[in-house]
Design a protein around this ligand. Structure first.
Ligand SMILES: NC(=O)C1=CN([C@@H]2O[C@H](COP(=O)(O)OP(=O)(O)OC[C@H]3O[C@@H](n4cnc5c(N)ncnc54)[C@H](O)[C@@H]3O)[C@@H](O)[C@H]2O)C=CC1
Ligand SMILES: NCC(=O)COP(=O)(O)O
Length: 322
């Protein structure tokens, strides 16, 4: 695989499974550089420091762009002293991607609670932080699996908010934006000439004509009708419980969902090992494995690298298309 510049793999929370996934990710075949503290890598990991992203990458070792942390990493026990450095690594990677020195970024998982408690991290996750670093651009989160057939791609319109706040935050503006950003990214980043989008309702049976909720009749249906008039290929609002089995997925390329679990439960059930989280709408490429920091298994060497491998390959393909 060739790219003019490598993908940057940010270390994420060093007490999680990130550091042990980095050397395993070399199996992806994608030219990438790990950005973090090499002292956090599993003992015996062959690594070689590079100082700029134009340096040639070593064939037989993990390339590391060094970012020293104040404290060691104890698996499963995030150290508040390291929280600020986790955030700095992401910000540094974004600067390198925005300047064109990196072809994109792939982020290993952060622990949102550890960053909030340790450094007052003010964002719900990477997605919102990256959007902010890019100049407060509108973005959407998509999780994608192309190893299941038909592919499963899901976009939660509302993300990391309490379920009780979903009906208030799921606005026509937010859904309209999600449709437009997803349609554009399907064309630009995934090479689909005529993307077909399916939109889930929020209520059971998509409200069943107003007898189980009214958002679908009040505004989701009319919004979709207006977007169809503009030329978007949209189905919905669909009942969420029957839109993720294989024959249903064959009828669309991406599903726009009302809230986090409506979107993420189907994909993590179908393909937890191979799912990829990708931020659509950014001026640079960003992917991530679909899983989190997995403190329960960190440091044991058993973490599965398939998702980070899929994430690096997706970042590579997106960067090539751009
Ligand atoms: N992109 C990111 O930075 C993400 C961060 N997170 C964060 O991770 C933390 C933990 O979240 P959880 O909900 O517990 O999800 P999690 O994905 O970390 O763990 C859920 C379960 O899956 C297992 N698991 C996860 N990744 C695995 C792998 N590669 N191989 C084998 N087993 C694996 C874990 O051992 C655990 O039993 C939270 O702070 C969350 O916010 C969660 C998802 C994405
Ligand atoms: N549940 C998905 C998740 O937590 C990923 O969030 P982000 O850090 O990619 O914004």
């Amino acid at each position: 695989m060739s790219l003019r510049r490598p993908i940057l793999l940010t270390c994420g929370e060093p007490a999680g499974i990130g550091p042990e996934l980095a050397p395993k990710a070399r199996a992806s075949g994608v030219p990438f550089v790990f950005m973090g503290d090499p002292r956090h890598l599993p003992e015996g990991t062959p690594w070689a420091e590079i100082t700029t992203l134009s340096d040639p990458l070593p064939d037989d070792a993990l390339a590391v762009l060094r970012h020293d942390f104040p404290a060691p990493a104890i698996p499963g026990q995030p150290d508040p002293a390291n929280a600020a450095a986790v955030i700095e690594v992401i910000a540094r990677a974004v600067r390198l991607a925005m300047s064109g020195e990196a072809s994109g970024i792939c982020t290993l998982p952060i622990n949102k609670e550890a960053l909030k408690r340790g450094a007052g991290f003010a964002f719900p996750g990477h997605t919102e932080f990256l959007a902010h670093l890019a100049g407060d651009v509108p973005v959407v989160m998509m999780l994608a699996s192309t190893t299941v057939d038909p592919p499963c791609r899901v976009v939660p319109v509302t993300i990391h908010i309490p379920l009780s706040e979903v009906p208030r935050s799921l606005t026509p503006q937010a859904m309209d934006q999600a449709v437009r950003i997803t349609d554009a990214a399907m064309r630009r980043d995934f090479g689909l000439a005529s993307p077909r989008l399916a939109v889930a309702g929020i209520n059971p049976h998509a409200g069943e004509n107003g007898v189980m909720g009214h958002e679908e009749t009040d505004w989701i249906g009319p919004l979709l009708a207006g977007l169809r008039d503009e030329g978007f290929d949209l189905s919905g609002p669909l009942p969420a419980d029957t839109m993720f089995h294989a024959p249903a997925r064959s009828r669309y390329d991406a599903a726009i969902c009302a809230y986090h679990d409506q979107a993420l439960i189907p994909i993590k059930t179908l393909d937890f090992a191979g799912g990829v989280n990708v931020t659509l709408g950014l001026p640079f490429v960003r992917t991530s494995p679909d899983h989190g920091t997995a403190f329960d298994i960190a440091g044991k060497g058993v973490a599965d690298a398939d998702s980070v491998i899929a994430a690096l390959r997706m970042a590579h393909d997106m960067a090539e298309r751009r």
